[in-house]
Design a protein around this ligand. Structure first.
Ligand code: HEC
Ligand code: HEC
Ligand code: HEC
Ligand code: HEC
Ligand code: HEC
Length: 268
């Protein structure tokens, strides 16, 4: 290498690195390319060519990000223009506590049920009401469940704690903590009304009215359908921006640094 190449090579390398970093940052704030974008998992996980085990192999590739959750027509009302088959509202075990001021319902409802249509593993990730006109049926329709819990068609076949679960190419990450199952006794209570001030003075009351009559805290934390705490009170399914300490992106409505999210509702 002559002296010029010596200088130029690192400059090119730094340039590429900058482009790479900028393009990764540019994805922030959008669902595109996040874990909620079910398009192109294989490409993202393995690079090209797209020969991986996911989109188009273990579930249908509809080639549209939004369609796995929304449809412009023929929707149900679990969440805005909701396109997904919903789980049966039976068989759930809800979080309960003697300390409760308000009472949880017998089963998740509304937006929580919409989230659970993927996250409890009872419905396949590609089970939607309205499909695009043309797509190739993958023939397999995997669910976000641990292997063996609800049949064998589960993402947990690969995404579990055993290293090397997927033949040699790469180890699939352990996603079992994201497979909530129908046993919600180990999850923050959902589908229950917020306590009123009289019931619990240590519970902050959301004040700001939204157009639909729901209430919202100034930091964007919402309540849903009749002032209930739901999965989407704490999570914004479109926004992977807020990283936690491990660098994962739990789609939070607002940062939980210093437990800010928790302190929105709980005056502790
Ligand atoms: C993984 C499921 C999922 C996907 C994929 C998804 N959404 Fe949503 N979307 C939801 C849920 C749940 C709600 C209701 C909760 C909320 O308002 O944040 C919602 C609400 C909305 C709303 C109304 C409330 C608001 O935030 O303005 C719009 C508009 C919307 N989504 C657009 C989109 C578009 C456009 C796409 C594709 C680029 C998309 N969504 C993909 C789950 C999804
Ligand atoms: C179309 C299916 C689908 C729906 C509907 C859905 N999710 Fe997800 N979600 C996923 C997938 C796939 C992942 C990634 C799992 C993995 O890591 O293997 C995920 C991951 C997550 C994560 C973890 C992100 C991380 O990096 O730690 C959170 C939090 C989450 N979802 C919350 C929600 C909430 C709240 C709702 C409802 C508002 C919802 N999801 C609806 C498919 C879905
Ligand atoms: C045959 C094994 C296998 C199956 C089945 C499988 N995956 Fe994966 N998945 C992998 C491997 C290997 C990777 C790449 C390593 C990693 O990121 O964990 C991966 C990566 C991912 C990623 C990260 C993608 C990215 O953007 O980097 C998500 C999300 C994911 N899988 C979700 C799922 C979901 C949801 C299902 C079920 C519908 C599923 N996987 C089924 C093997 C599998
Ligand atoms: C009271 C607030 C709150 C509610 C309600 C809530 N979550 Fe979460 N959730 C969080 C926080 C905070 C995290 C991030 C934890 C961390 O940083 O590891 C999280 C993490 C997650 C994860 C990722 C777990 C991991 O470690 O990768 C998933 C998946 C998830 N939530 C889904 C849901 C679903 C589905 C519901 C409704 C059934 C729900 N959440 C209800 C606050 C909430
Ligand atoms: C959107 C509002 C909201 C947010 C944000 C929120 N919670 Fe809650 N939380 C509730 C409601 C409602 C209850 C039930 C309260 C009652 O009736 O006593 C509750 C109950 C609890 C309980 C008591 C359970 C019991 O056994 O009595 C704990 C502990 C708790 N939350 C922890 C947290 C933590 C930790 C966070 C942050 C990750 C958080 N909460 C964020 C609304 C919220």
């Amino acid at each position: 290498m002559d002296k010029k190449t010596y200088i130029i090579l690192p400059i090119i390398a730094v340039g590429f690195l900058a482009i790479f970093i900028i393009s990764t940052i540019a994805k922030g704030g959008t669902i595109i390319g996040s874990r909620h974008d079910l398009i192109g998992f294989n490409k993202r996980a393995f690079g090209t060519p797209d020969t991986g085990p996911m989109t188009g192999a273990s579930f249908n590739d509809y080639r549209q990000t939004c369609i796995y959750c929304h449809t412009p027509h023929n929707a149900n009302n679990a969440a805005p223009l909701w396109n997904r088959q919903l789980p049966e509202q039976s068989g759930y075990q809800m979080y309960t506590s003697p300390n409760f001021d308000s009472k949880p319902g017998p089963a998740p409802d509304g937006i929580s049920l919409a989230c659970l249509s993927c996250h409890d593993g009872s419905v396949a990730v590609d089970s939607i009401r309205v499909t695009p006109k043309d797509f190739v049926d993958a023939g397999t329709h995997y669910r976000m469940s641990e292997e063996g819990s609800v049949g064998s068609d589960s993402c947990g076949k690969c995404h579990n704690r055993r290293a090397g679960a997927y033949g040699g190419i790469a180890n699939a990450h352990d996603a079992t903590i994201r497979y909530l199952s129908k046993d919600l006794r180990d999850d923050h209570p959902i589908s229950m009304k917020l306590p009123t001030f009289d019931m619990d003075p240590q519970f902050n009351q959301p004040a700001i009215m939204k157009d639909d009559g729901g209430r919202m805290f100034p930091n964007g934390v919402q309540t849903f359908e009749g002032d209930k705490v739901q999965c989407a009170s704490c999570h914004d399914p479109h926004n992977p921006d807020e990283r936690n300490v491990e660098g994962r992106d739990p789609f939070l409505r607002t940062s939980n640094r210093g437990s800010a999210l928790c302190l929105t509702c709980h005056a502790k």
